[in-house]
Design a protein around this ligand. Structure first.
Ligand SMILES: [Zn+2]
Length: 789
């Protein structure tokens, strides 16, 4: 599902209480799923009359069940705010209890696992909705949207028919839907018959052989005009039916002109399309779309005769693998549905239009995540284990898409294809979980997925990779090149495991070699032989891996201006005298440029949230750059640490390379919006290659430990060295969320939630040097060494 303009909703911050959980990582208890332990729903038939004009539904549901336990006597079903007239079972009329939410049916007798029972539930009423999900009427159309952003549980089958509203229960369906003549009905599956009934009515019969969970069940009715064609899938041709709410069906044909490409792309990555047909219906009054199997609800505004919205088309189609074929077992693992579908939008763009088009989309997505995810959703979260209010949020969709792309890089495309296809086949018409996917990859590839999932899926934050230095040793006609790659962290508790990174090595005459190798831990050294001595290196030159760097890269061949894109730094070129294209790349690193440093003559603190790296010669041009510093909520707290206190004076710091010391840059101006304000305009009048960071001279303290630093970093381990236990003495205990003890190989040997003054027991950890890392509520962290005896 996709809601459009979702940020308007998500910007509203909701407060939550973080509770200690004793469950294993990635395993989420779920009350709704428990009913499926004792009862299996095997089939549901809905025989309903839908009076669109009167906004009224009446008829019955035949729910066929088999007990999974002995002595089953009661069947609880979800059904929201209908009048239940009667229920008929194998022994006749059955008694029931109904509180407008839960319908509990007394079977009268005990049934056992060899029995199959059909319960006919007569009900009627005005269908309700929760805003986005539920049953909606719009003009002369009526349709069910099976999932709700706010509803708990998120499945909202109960707004339409009696069911188990969980992600686990699946059954086959058939439909007999009666409407006033002149309307068409579309449901999951394929049309079986159309009958004209007395009283100017018409009954449509549909059936689907594939099993569905309640949120994917779909009925839509209204004066539709259908478009029927076939697309060539990899093995078979697949029937397609599009339901236009407009009698001119051309816009819908045109808006779906690349549907066949999308089908082929997803089949080639994830296996054959598994449902009877592909279907989309125009849903007037909807914003966004919902992936009901074979019968997608699609906002009518996106059916405009252009392909402008085709990533929405692609997103919903891709759910027929990720979500519809295998469904996340619990909402905490919604990234398996929505992160994959959001990734699939870019997979479609890549294979339809080339990597550069997909890259643009990935870059915009990454910018949004790095800038807003922790603001929208309190802190940089793990994508697995999100609470109910963020099930359909920025982390799940947008960071989820980044993580899937990284998983693809981790596996390589051919292993990604075989593993994802194999995993979906194994979980076919069943549930899936993060742990299950991790285990499947480990068991079916030479790779160990525990080098990926604990960092990217079960923890929040991001790594950032930079070349620290390159050492070149001539060796005959060739060069031995040692490349030192640093990993930096944004809000992540520990250094990430192995991930393949690309680095472009560029000679003085613009020869380029791109190498791909793994990086791991705080510092990685690569040893390679190159045909030249590199004068320039570019990390992740194609932006295939998704981490905490956003990039604006252009080729310059004349004077002109460029607006700030993903780097907060717009620039203009003058006095251009170059002969050929001059590449100019600006990287915005969402990570601290260094550990805390002091400048010799003054007390300076350096931004711990971002810095810029400019790559490319500016010898043949003058570059003037302009950016805004913001320490406000409006600016998503970009520069809170340096723009936090009145009396600070802001500086632009520069160094040619990471090996150099920072110094104040020579040609820039900073126009503070006023004393004590948290917004300033930065103008760099002569931008050159190198690194730029924002610093603040702390006029109040005049010493190296800033106020913000002491708020977070002025803490102690008592005692140190420690034998059996130690305590953390932190001056602002409420800031601290958790404690980790990490050994010298980067392994976390102990993890605990912080409780002020409570000793942490370490007697069972072997003696040696360790690092204690405190994770703060805002997702940042601070580390100090400890010796355990
Ligand atoms: Zn979706």
């Amino acid at each position: 599902m996709r809601i459009l303009f979702s940020k308007l909703f998500l910007i509203i911050l909701l407060s939550t209480v973080i509770t200690l959980s004793s469950s294993a990582q990635g395993v989420y208890p779920n009350v709704e799923n428990q009913r499926s332990d004792s009862i299996d729903i095997v089939h549901t038939h809905l025989e309903l009359e839908l009076d669109i004009g009167a906004r009224y539904l009446s008829g019955y549901a035949d729910v066929t069940i088999t007990p999974k336990i002995q002595f089953l006597k009661h069947v609880p079903l979800d059904l929201l705010q209908y009048d239940v007239d009667s229920i008929v079972g194998p022994t006749g009329n059955l008694s029931f209890n109904y509180d407008d939410t839960l319908l509990t049916i007394d079977l009268g007798l005990f049934y056992s696992i060899t029995d199959t029972i059909t319960l006919r539930i007569f009900y009627q009423g005005t269908p309700k909705n929760e805003g986005w999900g539920g049953f909606k009427f719009s003009g002369s159309f009526g349709y069910q949207v099976g999932a709700g952003f706010e509803a708990k549980p998120h499945n909202v089958g109960r707004y339409f028919y009696p069911c188990f509203d969980n992600f686990r229960e699946r059954c086959t369906y058939s439909f007999g839907i009666t409407v006033e003549a002149g309307n068409k009905v579309t449901c999951n599956g394929t049309e079986q018959s159309v009958q004209t009934l007395p009283g100017n009515k018409v009954r449509y019969e549909y059936a689907i052989d594939q099993t569905l969970p309640s949120y994917l069940v779909s009925v839509a009715a209204g004066p539709y005009h259908d478009i029927i064609f076939k697309v060539d899938g990899l093995a078979d041709s697949i029937p397609v039916e599009l339901f236009s709410s407009n009698s001119n069906t051309n816009p819908m044909r045109l808006s779906f002109q690349n549907l066949e490409d999308a089908v082929r792309i997803y089949e080639s990555y994830f296996g054959e399309y598994a449902f009877d047909r592909i279907g989309y219906y125009s849903a007037p009054g909807m914003s966004g779309a919902m992936e009901h199997a074979g019968n997608i609800a699609y906002m009518s505004g996106a059916i405009d005769g252009t392909t402008d919205w085709e990533t929405l088309m692609a997103h919903e189609l891709s759910h027929h693998w990720w979500g519809n074929l295998a469904t996340c077992l619990t909402p905490e693992d919604m990234w398996l549905n929505e992160g994959f579908a959001s990734f699939c939008e870019r997979l479609f763009l890549e294979h339809k239009y080339g990597w550069n088009r997909a890259r643009e989309d990935f870059e915009q997505n990454k910018y949004d995540v790095l800038r807003f995810a922790h603001v929208n959703e309190e802190y940089h979260r793990a994508i697995s284990g999100v609470p109910h209010e963020y099930t359909y949020g920025t982390h799940v969709y947008d960071k989820g898409a980044m993580v899937v792309q990284n998983l693809r890089e981790f596996l390589g495309d051919s292993l990604f294809i075989s593993t994802m296809t194999g995993f979906l086949q194994e979980r076919r018409f069943d549930t899936m979980s993060s742990i299950g996917l991790q285990d499947y990859i480990t068991q079916n590839t030479p790779l160990d997925a525990s080098e990926f999932f604990p960092f990217w899926v079960f923890e929040g934050g991001f790594p950032d990779y930079v070349v620290d230095s390159v050492v070149t040793i001539p060796n005959g006609q060739e060069y031995e090149v040692q490349t030192f790659i640093q990993q930096k962290l944004n809000s992540a508790p520990e250094f990430y495991g192995k991930i393949p990174l690309e680095i472009a090595f560029i000679s003085a005459t613009n020869d380029t070699v791109i190498l791909k190798d793994t990086v791991d831990g705080r510092l990685t050294m690569w040893n390679h032989i190159l045909p030249f001595a590199p004068s320039l290196t570019i990390v992740n030159p194609n932006e295939r891996l998704q981490f905490a760097t956003t990039v604006d890269a252009f080729n310059i061949d004349r004077d002109g201006g460029v607006l700030a894109g993903n780097t907060f730094l717009g620039y203009s070129i003058s006095n251009y005298t170059g002969q050929a294209m001059q590449p100019l790349r600006i990287e915005h690193h969402w990570a601290p440029p260094d550990d805390f440093r002091t400048m010799p003559e003054r007390a300076i603190r350096i931004s711990d949230s971002r810095y810029w790296k400019v790559i490319g010669s500016t010898d043949s041009m003058t570059v003037t750059a302009q950016g805004i510093l913001q320490g406000t909520a409006n600016g998503a707290f970009l520069d809170t640490t340096v723009l936090s206190f009145p009396g600070d004076s802001i500086l632009l710091l520069y160094r040619e390379s990471p090996a150099d010391e920072w110094a104040e840059y020579s040609s820039y101006t900073l126009n503070h919006a006023g004393p004590g304000t948290k917004v300033a305009m930065l103008i760099i009048s002569d931008l050159v290659e190198g690194e730029y960071a924002i610093g603040a001279y702390d006029a109040v303290l005049g010493n190296a430990e800033s106020i913000i630093g002491s708020l977070k970093h002025g803490w102690n381990i008592i005692p140190n060295p420690a034998a059996d236990s130690f305590i953390i003495d932190h001056p602002n205990a409420p800031l601290v969320k958790s404690i980790k003890v990490i050994d010298m190989t980067g392994q976390v040997v102990l993890k605990a939630f912080y409780q002020e003054g409570i000793p942490l027991q370490v007697g069972n950890i072997s003696a040696g040097n360790y690092v204690v890392t405190l994770e703060f509520q805002d997702g940042t962290s601070s580390s100090k060494p400890i010796i355990l005896q």
